[in-house]
Design a binder for this molecule. Structure first.
Ligand code: GRG
Length: 299
């Protein structure tokens, strides 16, 4: 088990996802080229492809063929990239760099960056439903997946988390509200990614429930790591400025609970994620390794 080559697994899957994304998105010279160039700018600026990889890993964990969820998994990366482009806008977090490159609005201007984000979000649902007459998935499973992804992106998910995050800047907030921000802004899409893979991979109710617990645990752990890296990480490795949470007056776990308690909570969430996978066989090894990586990552 300990011999599982997670580095190779991630590299291989990232390449698979990158190729699929390239084939799914309109080419940059498709009219009107400025928006297609902008959509591709942030999408292909790097990125770990964590969400699609989680979907493929969850599919594998329940005995499905990850190859048949790659297209749907790509939709998650389109949504994630839209959220990054919009988050970087001057009206939101006002960040000049993302994934080690100039932010989309810095290169293409604000209007095109907003539209490129909208384009990616909409395209995600086109990708989820592409080939719906000829899909290997049961139509009701696909519908369930589309519904849960849409909910994760909406005002009771990503958008809700972002609203409360923006409104909490420069304020002292309680741990519960911070947890709301993180669970919604970060956790919902990560959990939806795991569930997408599980449902399309044919998971039964028990396994789906366990994978949902896994998704919630790694979602929060991911964000705590992000908060910690914003203090202890390196700008070079992260591809964005370190210390930006403090500069913007954002509430963070280390800020509210202190660094030691944050690290303990990270470890506890890692253990929760592993417990949720008890009863899964070696096909869940990528999910176990990803949980470990999430708390140990440096970028
Ligand atoms: C809808 C505008 C809008 C925002 C929704 C998701 C989100 C809220 C904003 C994105 C910015 C942000 C800091 C989100 C928190 C989650 C997070 C740490 C994202 C970075 O994800 P990684 O590390 O990035 O997976 P890569 O570049 O590797 O894909």
């Amino acid at each position: 088990m300990g011999l599982f080559d997670i580095k190779g697994y991630l590299q291989e899957n990232k390449q698979l996802i990158d190729e699929a994304l390239d084939g799914l998105l309109p080419a940059q010279d498709v009219f009107p080229p400025q928006v297609h160039k902008a959509m591709r700018h942030c999408l292909f600026a790097g990125g770990k492809r964590l969400r699609p990889i989680l979907a493929c890993a969850a599919c594998r964990a329940v005995g499905g063929d990850p190859g048949v969820v790659v297209q749907e998994a790509c939709a998650l990366e389109l949504i994630h990239t839209y959220s990054l482009i919009h988050d970087d806008l001057p009206a939101m977090d006002d960040d000049d760099y993302r994934r080690g490159c100039l932010s989309t609005h810095k290169v293409f201007g604000e209007a095109i960056a907003i539209l490129a984000g909208d384009g990616l979000l909409t395209e995600a649902f086109a990708v989820l439903t592409r080939g719906f007459r000829n899909t290997p998935h049961a139509p009701e499973k696909l519908l369930e997946v589309i519904h849960l992804v849409a909910e994760a992106c909406g005002s009771r998910g990503l958008i809700g988390g972002q609203v409360v995050d923006l409104e909490s800047e420069q304020k002292v907030i309680e741990k519960d509200l911070l947890e709301y921000i993180h669970n919604n802004k970060t956790g919902k899409l990560l959990t939806a990614s795991v569930l997408l893979g599980a449902l399309l991979g044919g998971a039964d109710r028990d396994k789906t429930g366990r994978l949902e617990q896994y998704g919630r645990a790694i979602g929060l752990a991911f964000q705590i790591t992000d908060d910690i890296l914003d203090i202890l990480g390196s700008t070079e490795e992260l591809g964005k400025k370190v210390g930006s949470d403090l500069d913007k007056g954002k509430a963070t776990y280390p800020g509210i609970m202190g660094m030691d308690a944050s690290k303990k909570m990270q470890q506890k969430l890692y253990e929760d994620a592993c417990s949720a996978l008890e009863g899964f066989d070696e096909k869940a090894e990528p999910l176990r390794a990803i949980a470990k990586l999430i708390v140990e990552r440096t970028k």
